[in-house]
Design a protein. Structure first.
Length: 421
């Protein structure tokens, strides 16, 4: 029955049918949650129709962190006894928060892998015969493990790049003739930089697909272009969160991300909490009932379109992918900007290998400058400053940092930092 339903969902193109499937899944899961989950029991009410759903309160990461702090170590968002859970992961803590712990049951882990195999890898054209290299350290962060498990489920050969230097990873990829690379977009460019220094030929390698997550880079045209030029491969984006699961993947039209609607309910809300085409993405997962999230504010700023996509996907599209984190937005002389907009200019310069946006508050104003690291020592910032000014409408001062002084990350790169740090 479950297999049959899943087959129907993949092929459904009717929005009403999709909504019906979502509501059925939600109601079945919610019945268990309301009966046994202390975190949600008092916050939620029974949902009979969409009107009831829209009256459910929104939840934030701060709510979850506070709950885990008050009820260590896992908090009260548990629908089942602890014995039912088989995996523990945690968020990266990259935003400076305490890491959030997250548990999965065997069923919810299987749900993760199924979405990777049937949606994310499927969209990128990754198949059973592929050799997939994971350029990650395999710590407690869930992304690597779910991507690895999903590729294995697909029947691909999965190669861990844990506990390796960048050079070792490159030599492994080449020696083992990997066809697919998974990494953050920044780290893919870092690997390309190292390959360049070592004289290794990435363009001539077997890598034909790269899949990236953790940062918006693969949906930023200039960053995607830089990765594709370095590898001679097609670059795909994937969105997801430790707390929520894998939520989306690049559209083959290359102008956005399709959200995996059979497995989540997505909403976009404006600053007043009203439905909008542009605002914060809010999500409810429909396959992780041991530790579920209902109307969770992702903190991701998006614009979406329900217009039918020419790629054939019936699912809603985030135009241009995730534009940025709501809390990463900065303001220069009244203009609201996201690091991704700066990255789209910076990545047009192959000489630039790393960058960071420095922000200092002066007289209630953001004073922002861009610090870059380049391959050659004699890079003139004038042209870059002019391009930034033209694209963003405001002036950003650029400064060249010494080679090797900006932070390197194989995880989420921090693109904004306070000046002086
Ligand atoms: Zn599409």
């Amino acid at each position: 029955m479950r297999a049959l339903r899943s087959a129907t969902v993949r092929s459904t193109t009717d929005p009403d049918e999709l909504r019906e499937i979502q509501l059925t899944k939600l109601r079945a899961g919610l019945a268990e949650v309301l009966a046994a989950n202390a975190f949600w029991r008092d916050r939620l009410h029974d949902v009979r129709g969409w009107g009831d759903f829209e009256r459910l309160p929104l939840a934030t990461k701060a709510d979850l962190l506070a709950d885990q702090a008050a009820h260590p170590p896992y908090g009260t968002n548990l629908t089942y006894p602890l014995e039912r859970f088989v995996r523990l992961h945690q968020t990266s803590g990259s935003s400076g928060d305490q890491p959030l712990r997250w548990l999965d049951t065997a069923e919810s882990w299987d749900w993760w892998l199924k979405i990777w195999a049937e949606h994310v890898y499927h969209a990128a054209g990754v198949k059973a015969g592929d050799r997939v290299f994971f350029a990650f350290s395999f710590g407690p962060f869930v992304g690597f493990w779910s991507a690895f498990g999903g590729a294995q489920r697909l029947g691909a050969l999965c190669i861990s790049g844990g506990a390796m230097t960048s050079e070792q990873r490159l030599r492994n990829m080449l020696d083992l003739r990997a066809t697919v690379l998974l990494s953050t977009p920044t780290y893919a460019l870092r690997l390309a930089d190292v390959a360049n220094e070592l004289g290794l030929d990435l363009r001539g390698s077997d890598v034909r697909v790269t899949i990236h997550a953790g940062e918006p880079g693969a949906s930023i045209p200039a960053a995607r272009g830089a990765i594709e030029a370095a590898y001679g491969a097609t670059c795909f984006d994937h969105t997801g969160m430790t707390e929520l699961g894998p939520t989306g993947h690049s559209c083959s039209q290359r102008d956005g991300i399709h959200l995996i609607e059979p497995e989540f309910i997505f909403e976009v809300l404006d600053a007043n909490g009203n439905p909008s085409d542009e605002g914060e993405l809010v999500a409810t997962n429909l396959g992780r009932w041991g530790m579920p999230l209902i109307r969770y504010r992702t903190g991701d700023r998006v614009r979406w379109s329900r217009e039918r996509c020419s790629c054939g996907s019936p699912f809603v599209k985030l135009l241009g992918g995730i534009r940025g984190r709501v809390d990463d937005m900065f303001t220069v002389r009244g203009v609201n900007l996201f690091p991704s907009q700066v990255e789209d200019i910076v990545r047009r310069y192959p000489e630039v290998v790393e960058f960071v946006i420095e922000r200092r508050r002066e007289r209630q104003m953001d004073e922002v400058s861009l610090v870059i690291e380049t391959v050659a020592g004699n890079f003139s910032t004038e042209r870059l400053e002019a391009d930034l000014r033209q694209a963003l409408g405001v002036r950003l001062k650029c400064r060249v940092a010494e080679r090797g002084t900006l932070p390197r990350s194989e995880h989420k790169a921090k693109r904004i930092r306070p000046a002086g740090s």
